[in-house]
Each structure stands twice: as structure tokens, then as C-alpha cells.
Design a protein around this ligand. Structure first.
Ligand code: FAD
Length: 459
């Protein structure tokens, strides 16, 4: 008998529950990946290239037996199941709005060829919709969610590798959609982390051995490279959070505890998106629909200055330039630049969210849209109105020596120490080529507070 293992956001062979369910169901399995235009078209080059690299590595781990096809999964997956005579197609469940609908459509279409979609596991330690409060309702704020999430617990990593399943040679398939080559990398202006499971496990080991204990103290200092860099690997499932949680379970340091809490944020936002799929595009808190945003040609120009990292606020510009150069940005910077866009420029958060999704190698709908909404105030944050980041004091506090700014803003490379955060105060004036601050932060802060009054009074 034959089964299909359909990979999606789980591009790995270790800790792979779908392998166990496929090996239970059939003697051999076909390994499948579908290049779905609905997902690829909106992805920037960084995410596509990372995906293609991870697929190449997966294919080699499976002995060159990964079948890659192109098309709408609801069309191609049933045709493949039929071509190989599979009664079951094994997946890790997807909980995003698109993925859920896609899987329901595939499930229906599979029924027409007498095959079944079997969901085992998910990209999360605890799948969305499992963590509930005492009344059985989902949580709307993070802290109680994270406690209940930790109490809920999760399974140990699944003991699998490439040999858990006997893989079918895709050329034995009789008809069905044509195999395509994993696409070549596209031109990309960013320097990407090495894709794939081996790179994920190597980086994770390095962080476990060297970084995790100091994580709490260093995670907010962008110059220190004190975070794990696991986000693109988690996004594509090159490593599963179960493995991460198991490896840190016996670690007692504050760093390890804080790290597990960050994993819980990822799970919280997936749960929020599952409960409220509309929040991918709209305000989670509908009161914020009353917030006036800037639009029109001046807003477009301000947006372009932000995108290009020429706002005249060094910490903001450094973050935006890191995003272009590395397709990644430090979390502290994501909050600072998002606050600047929404509270100093009064632009809609979804403009910024879209730009991030275009460039980020770890771009993830749940974490990105809700990270943006948290900063904009329209999301799950309990005290949204007064959180207006001051780009100067944020710079001085989290980049106290100015090293991060100098790394990314070469015009300011000659300015010593924390003076780099206020180049307009330098005795010789702003260095050549660097812009004047595009707004007066104090005035825009007042403007923001006035706009938020409208929200508070909205029903
Ligand atoms: P570490 O500090 O090492 O954290 C470990 C892991 O915990 C991360 O890989 C991530 O999976 C999770 N995590 C940490 N912080 C958060 C958080 N605030 N929310 C959700 N998960 C978190 N993260 C994404 O993975 N994709 C995104 O598209 C994304 N967009 C964001 C947009 C904004 C405006 C903000 C404020 C945050 C966003 N984040 C996003 C969360 C966070 O910035 C990144 O996960 C983190 O910077 C990734 O680097 P790291 O792996 O070194 O993090």
C-alpha cells in the first residue's frame, strides 16, 4: 500500500509526526511538495529563496525522492494520490486562514478519489484552539494565555529521521501532474541565513551552548546579536518548537525561561489569528477603525522615506536598512520602526505590515500582523494608548554605544558613542548625506495622543 506525505511548513525529517502516521498507514510513501502560486506570488525573493534552499536540502535528505509539482493543491494533490494509488495523504495541520481553507478544499477533492487527508501535529507545540480559560473561551491577552499554555503542556519530540518511512521513487508514479525542478534562486538584495534543517539544528545547538543563558540580558540589545535567529527556521518548520522546548526544559536559567516565553508569543499569535482570521487584515480591536490615518501623496512620500531608511532618526533608519540587507530585523527594532510609522507618521499599520511581509525571510502572517497591531495599539495589548516609542531614548537605551546604528548607517560611521542618536546636535552639524529628522517627535506624539482620544470615545 502507498501513502503520500505532503510537506508544507514542516521541511525537516527529525521530530516529524507525519512520518509516524504515514509509516503506520502504508508500506511506502511518496514525498510531495506543491509550489502553490497563491502562496508564492505574494512572497518576496528572500522567503522564496529560503524555501527553495530548504526544499533542496529536504530532497537530498530523502535520497532525491521529493516530488515537486506546481499548481493549486486542490487540483494536484488528488491527482497524485490517484496516480500512486494512495488511500491517505498525511499532513501537519495548518491553522492560518488560507491554509485552513486550502486543506478543506483538498480534503473534499480527495474524497472524490477515495482518499483521506490525515492531519497529525501542527507547526506549534500546542495547536491553536486548545488553550482555553476556565469558561472554555480563548484568551485575548498574552499573560494568562502563556500560563495556561505552559500548564497544557506538549508532546515529546517524535523520534523520526528520513528512514522512518520507505520512500517511493517519484518516477514510479503513473501519470498525474508533471514533476518540476525546485526553482533556482531569484535575485535578492538581502544576505540570507543558510536555509534548511541542518543549518537550523546547527544554529540551535550553538545558541543552546552559548546564547540561551544570557538571552534575557542580551535579547534587547540589537548590537549584541543576543537572539537565536530561529525565526525563519520556525516559519518553514526546519525545526519544530517541540524540539526547542524539550532541549530547554531542564534549563533553570532566567534566559531559558524568557526564551520559552517568546516561543509562547508565537503560539499566542497563531491562536489569536485562528480565533479571529479577520485580524490578518483588519483591526483586532474594532474601536481602532475610528483612528484617523494619513493617506495621499504626502503620506506616500513619508512611507517611502521610512521604507528606504531615510527618516533622519538614526535608530529607525538603521532598522529599516538591516531589513533590506538581511531580510530580518531585530525585535526591538521591529517595535521601534513600527511605532514610528504608526505614531510619528500616522500611517496605517497594514502598510508597514505589508512591507515587512514582502521583505522578511521569517515573514509569518500571525506574528507579523499581530506584532504590528500590538505596536499600533489596535491589537491584543492591554494598554495600547500610551505606548509611543521615543526614537531617541529608545536608541540611547538599547544601543547605548551606537554600534548598531553605525553598522547600518554608514553616513554616521564617524560619529562616536551615543551622540550618533541625535546627529542634529553634533557641533559640526549633520554629517553629509544623512537627512534632517523628517518630523518633530514631540509634536507628533501629541498629535497621536489627540487621535487616540477619538478611539477611546468610539463605541
Ligand atoms: P528570538 O528572540 O531568538 O526568539 C525566539 C523565537 O520566539 C522567534 O524565532 C519567534 O518564533 C518567537 N518570538 C520571539 N518574539 C516574538 C514575538 N514578539 N511574537 C511572536 N513570536 C516571537 N516574528 C516572526 O517570526 N515573523 C514575523 O513576520 C514577525 N513580524 C514582526 C513584526 C513586528 C512589528 C514585531 C514587533 C514583531 C514581529 N515578529 C515576527 C516577532 C519577532 O520580532 C521575531 O520573531 C524575532 O525578532 C525573530 O528573531 P529571533 O528568532 O532571533 O528571535
Amino acid at each position: 500500500s502507498t501513502a503520500v506525505v505532503w510537506f508544507r511548513r514542516d521541511l525537516r525529517v527529525h521530530d516529524q509526526p507525519t512520518f509516524l502516521s504515514a509509516a503506520d498507514a502504508a508500506d511506502r510513501s511518496l514525498a510531495l511538495f506543491v509550489l502553490d502560486p497563491a502562496l508564492l506570488t505574494p512572497s518576496g525573493a528572500a522567503r522564496k529563496n529560503f524555501l527553495y534552499g530548504a526544499l533542496r536540502e529536504l530532497d537530498s535528505a530523502l535520497g532525491g525522492k521529493l516530488l515537486v509539482v506546481h499548481g493549486d493543491p486542490a487540483d494536484v494533490v488528488p491527482r497524485i494520490a490517484k496516480a500512486v494509488g494512495a488511500a491517505t495523504v498525511h499532513i501537519a495541520a495548518d491553522y492560518g486562514p488560507y491554509g485552513r481553507e486550502r486543506d478543506e478544499n483538498v480534503e473534499k477533492a480527495l474524497a472524490d478519489v477515495d482518499a483521506e487527508l490525515v492531519r497529525t501535529g501542527s507547526p506549534y507545540a500546542v495547536a491553536p484552539d486548545r488553550v482555553k480559560n476556565g469558561s472554555g473561551d480563548p484568551f485575548k491577552v498574552f499573560t494568562p494565555f502563556s500560563r495556561a499554555w505552559a500548564d497544557h503542556g506538549w508532546r515529546a519530540p517524535a523520534d523520526t529521521d528520513a528512514s522512518t518511512v520507505t520512500w517511493m521513487d517519484p518516477s514510479d508514479k503513473d501519470g498525474g501532474p508533471r514533476a518540476v525542478k525546485i526553482p533556482d534562486d531569484e535575485t535578492c538584495e538581502s544576505q540570507l541565513p543558510e536555509p534548511g534543517e541542518s543549518a537550523a539544528l546547527a544554529l540551535w545547538k550553538e545558541f543552546l551552548d552559548g546564547g540561551v543563558d544570557g538571552y534575557r540580558d542580551r535579547r534587547d540589545l540589537p548590537a549584541a546579536q543576543g537572539t537565536s535567529g530561529m525565526s525563519p527556521y520556525l516559519k518553514y518548520g526546519c525545526i519544530h518548537p517541540r524540539t526547542i522546548l524539550a532541549d530547554t526544559a531542564s534549563m533553570k536559567s532566567d534566559g531559558a525561561g524568557t526564551y520559552r516565553t517568546e516561543i509562547a508569543w508565537r503560539e499566542f499569535y497563531a491562536d489569536v489569528l485562528y480565533q479571529r482570521p479577520d485580524s490578518a487584515r483588519e483591526n483586532y480591536d474594532k474601536k481602532f477603525d475610528a483612528l484617523p490615518n494619513e493617506t495621499g501623496p504626502e503620506a506616500d512620500e513619508a512611507f517611502a522615506a521610512w521604507q528606504e531608511g531615510r527618516t533622519g532618526f538614526p535608530i529607525v533608519d538603521a532598522g529599516m536598512r538591516q531589513l533590506r540587507a538581511e531580510a530580518w530585523m531585530h525585535n526591538r527594532l521591529r517595535m521601534i520602526v513600527a511605532s514610528f510609522l504608526t505614531k510619528d507618521l500616522h500611517l496605517p499599520w497594514w502598510w508597514g505590515a505589508r512591507h515587512f511581509m514582502q521583505l522578511l525571510v521569517d515573514g509569518d502572517l500571525a506574528s507579523n500582523q499581530h506584532g504590528w497591531q500590538w505596536t499600533a495599539g489596535s491589537g491584543t495589548d492591554a494598554s495600547p494608548y500610551f505606548r509611543i516609542f521615543n526614537p531617541i531614548t529608545q536608541g540611547e537605551r538599547f544601543d547605548p554605544d551606537g554600534d548598531y546604528v553605525r553598522r547600518w548607517v554608514p553616513e554616521l560611521a564617524g560619529v562616536k558613542g551615543k551622540a550618533v542618536h541625535q546627529p542634529w546636535k553634533l557641533p559640526d552639524g549633520i554629517p553629509d548625506g544623512y537627512p534632517e529628522p523628517m518630523v518633530d517627535h514631540k509634536a507628533e506624539r501629541q498629535e497621536s495622543l489627540a487621535r487616540y482620544e477619538k478611539v477611546k470615545n468610539a463605541r
